[in-house]
Design a binder for this molecule. Structure first.
Ligand code: KG4
Ligand code: ZN
Length: 362
């Protein structure tokens, strides 16, 4: 079964054709990074307009690359939320127009569910995964620990009470004047740095404060204190001359200091994410752990999780291709396949976007 996926929740316009939930025939992504880098973040109105411009080309190229026609397509999966309302609307409107013309079945997909299913893409052992699976979702807007009990059956174990991990990377990159998006740039800069150069806090959210608790029982996250600590450290280094203006002063900072701050910051994020994920995996008796979302591309997170998973006998999965970690339509087509093959359908007249959609209701 071939599914056309459409993803426009934030700043990537993407269309993909995926067969049987894992074989990717095409996955076209038009990135707006260069446009948003000028403003240091995504401007929603600009993002929506860019989606509108890119969509026809992206869909055209998607069919061309897959060497397929509409006769080959069995359904259309589109991101319905969470995300930026204007961006989501461009994707859903495109999908509705296509359904109107072709009469293909339509399914609205939760973006976070898509990130989870990115672990299936290109995987040979697609039906050999054993539920329940512990999922760590780490993206720009979301940071959760989820117990996936079956396809479409999720339990929330913990979530961030302030910033998501990717958001923390983006905000700290801004403080360090490194550019946008922050994750890949910080992690590149961190490679040359010393993780112990700065003692940044770890928010365990337990009575022990910054000290690692013997047993982790709180599975929520918090990264805003860490961001403030980086800011305070920068101001101390820059001294009174900075007049509290972190950005300008950074331009004169030696590279070694930036590298050390980036490495120490990254280590703090990875330390908390991995310790809590492993503790949750033990508590809920899973065999498999999935990383999902943009920050699953982070090499330090991958290596720390691999190391801890091996010690604790968990099988670790993360998306095979770095392109499947950040926003893409192949993951939406994959998640959509599991819904459509169960007979689920959305009515193209009534399906609406849900910018605040959650994977698990509280
Ligand atoms: O999943 P995603 O593409 O979009 C959302 O759904 O939010 O995630 C984007 C986030 C950004 O915050 C970006 O800085 C982060 O993922 N990211 C990374 C890396 N690559 C992307 N964070 C850390 N290390 C990376 N290598
Ligand atoms: Zn995403």
């Amino acid at each position: 079964m071939n599914i056309l996926g459409i993803e426009t929740s934030c700043d990537e316009t993407s269309a993909a054709i995926v067969a049987d939930g894992n074989k990717v025939y095409s996955n076209i992504i038009a990135s707006q990074i260069d446009i948003h880098a000028r403003t240091g973040g995504v401007v929603p109105e600009v993002a929506a307009r860019e989606h509108l411009k890119a969509m026809p080309y992206v869909i055209d190229e998607c069919f061309e690359k897959a060497k397929m026609t509409w006769d080959d397509i069995h359904g259309i999966a589109v991101t319905k939320g969470p995300g930026l309302i204007g961006s989501l609307l461009t994707g859903l409107s495109s999908a509705k127009a296509l359904v109107l013309v072709t009469g293909k079945p339509l399914i609205g997909v939760n973006h976070i569910e898509g990130h989870i299913y990115a672990n299936w893409l290109g995987s040979e052992s697609v039906n050999k995964h054993s539920f329940p699976i512990l999922v760590l979702t780490v993206s720009g807007g979301h940071n959760e620990l989820i117990l996936m009990r079956d396809h479409g059956d999720y339990q929330l174990i913990g979530e961030t009470i302030d910033d998501a991990a990717g958001e923390a990377f983006d905000k700290v990159a801004r403080l360090l004047n490194l550019g946008f998006p922050g994750g890949p740039i910080i992690s590149k800069c961190a490679k040359e740095g010393n993780v112990e150069a700065y003692k940044f806090p770890r928010a365990w959210l337990m009575d022990e404060g910054g000290t690692r608790p013997k047993e982790i029982t709180n599975f929520n996250f918090s990264f805003s204190g860490l961001k403030t600590a980086v800011r305070r450290t920068l101001l101390e280094i820059l001294g009174e001359e900075s007049h509290g203006l972190v950005h300008e002063g950074n331009k004169n900072l030696p590279e070694k200091i930036l590298q050390d701050i980036a490495a120490s910051f990254e280590e703090s994020v990875v330390d908390v994410l991995s310790a809590k994920a492993i503790a949750a995996a033990k508590k809920f008796g899973v065999k498999e752990i999935y990383l999902a979302g943009g920050v699953s591309a982070n090499m330090r997170l991958r290596s720390k999780m691999s190391e801890l998973s091996e010690i604790n006998h968990f099988k670790l999965f993360y998306p095979k291709d770095l392109k499947y970690c950040t926003d893409n339509a192949a993951m939406i087509a994959c998640a959509g396949y599991y819904h459509i093959s169960k007979g689920e359908r959305d009515d193209f007249l009534t399906l609406d976007v849900e910018p605040g959609l959650r994977l698990v209701k509280k």
